[in-house]
Design a binder for this molecule. Structure first.
Ligand code: SAH
Length: 395
């Protein structure tokens, strides 16, 4: 067992239960260390503080598995931690019945670098840190045991792995991958492309926000920008939208979106239109075509992965929100999101407010939104609060 000794004063964030140890906080390590190995973390006076996973290639040099420095990190540890995370989902009334649910949300479930999503009879695992990668076998055994689901697929192809010196990996780990995998989300059937889709195949974090869109959509002409496989679009149709125009620049995503519509014969397909176009251009074109909408959803990709990208990202958010305000009828609703870790809710709200002013729209905020409760935020880890959204009403 190797030791990691912190520099003086660098124990503070750990004492507040923040699980990351940055390279600049490490005084030295004792013992032979390979990536992912468990270290006991000590302060400068050699008081033990935690057990953590060693990530020599990352700026986050170690990630805490346990704030109990006597905790053994072994198969039994992962069994307990994953069973507890799964239990937290089954205890939540909104999550209990879901067929698509995030079972483990990294740091927020005490398991840095471990993402586990369940889609029906398939569990998808994404391992993004050296520590998580090392314990792959234990993690897979634990999730199979906790869920009784024998089909496990790995989607460890996130960019984060490069920062850890890990290669991208993707494929079946146990059982197999059933063809035509689909989940039911509040009465709407949605196909999930586990092998090729974004993230682990689907954006589970927006589930409750899609349900909110459904409850607001009745009778409205809806524009859904960055629609991916049509989750918001189909919920809007289910909520009685008069028409839904959906835009995305990914042809494979739109193919699934069209298939999803066909999977839901209860919805009026004649009210749906799909556009393969760049949203920045489409918003301007729609305006010059004289189109108007009663509800606009903006759910763009991550424009600012970190604070360093915040300024450029802020301009992009401002631009699409400004164009959207210009397309809304009086009484129209704007549902606008940012999933950029580098942009906090306060800044996002300021950007949207500035967009409204520049568009000459008087807007009121009706809802402030976040990710669904299967994506909890550790109170000690505010970085986990990546998804934020606003529902604004104009005029
Ligand atoms: N709202 C979706 C998730 C959106 S993810 C849901 O609930 O499932 C963001 C989407 O934006 C992706 O599908 C991506 O293909 C698309 N995208 C990224 N940049 C784009 C651009 N400039 N124009 C149009 N679509 C874009």
């Amino acid at each position: 067992m190797a030791d990691l000794i912190l520099k003086p004063g660098k124990d503070r964030s750990l004492l507040r239960r923040h699980p990351w140890i940055f390279a600049g906080s490490v005084a030295r390590t004792d013992g032979r260390l390979r990536p992912g190995d468990t270290v006991t973390v000590f302060d400068r006076d050699h008081r033990p503080l935690a057990r953590a996973a060693w990530s020599p290639h990352s700026q986050i040099r170690a990630r805490v598995w346990s704030f109990d420095p006597s905790q053994t990190i072994d198969h039994a540890f992962f069994k307990r931690a994953i069973a507890a995370a799964v239990r937290r989902r089954t205890e939540h009334p909104w999550l209990r019945e879901q067929r698509g649910v995030r079972l483990v949300h990294g740091e927020s479930d005490g398991l840095p670098g471990v993402i586990i999503d369940r889609y029906g009879d398939v569990v998808v695992v994404q391992l993004t840190s050296a520590g998580a990668d090392k314990w792959r076998g234990a993690i897979v055994d634990a999730v199979v045991q906790a869920t009784g689901c024998g089909n496990v697929f790995e989607r460890s192809d996130s960019d984060l792995r490069a920062l850890e010196g890990l290669q991208a990996l993707s494929g079946v780990l146990a059982g197999d991958l059933p063809a035509d995998l689909a989940i039911d989300e509040y009465g709407v059937r949605l196909a999930v492309d586990v092998a090729g889709g974004h993230k682990t195949g689907f954006y589970l974090d927006q589930r409750e926000n899609r349900a909110l869109a459904r409850s607001l959509a009745s009778g409205r002409r809806v524009l859904n920008c960055f629609c991916y496989t049509g989750g918001f679009s189909l919920q809007a149709l289910a909520g009685g939208a008069a028409a839904v125009l959906s835009i995305d620049s990914s042809a494979p995503a739109l193919d699934i979106a069209r298939r999803n519509l066909a999977l839901n014969p209860q919805l009026d397909a004649a009210r749906a239109e799909w556009l393969d176009e760049d949203v920045f251009q489409a918003l301007r074109r729609l305006r010059s075509d004289g189109r108007r909408f009663d509800m606009i959803i903006l759910d763009p990709p991550k424009f600012a992965p970190s604070a360093a990208h915040a300024e450029r990202a802020a301009r992009a958010y401002k631009d699409i929100n400004l164009q959207a305000f210009k397309l809304l009828e009086p009484g129209g609703l704007l549902m606008t999101y940012s999933c950029s870790g580098g942009i906090g809710i306060e800044l996002f709200q300021k950007i949207v407010a500035a967009a409204a002013v520049d568009a000459g729209a008087e807007a009121y905020m009706l809802h402030r939104l976040a990710a669904a409760p299967d994506h909890p935020v550790g109170l000690a880890v505010p970085e986990g609060e990546y998804l934020k959204g606003l529902v604004c009403r104009v005029g």
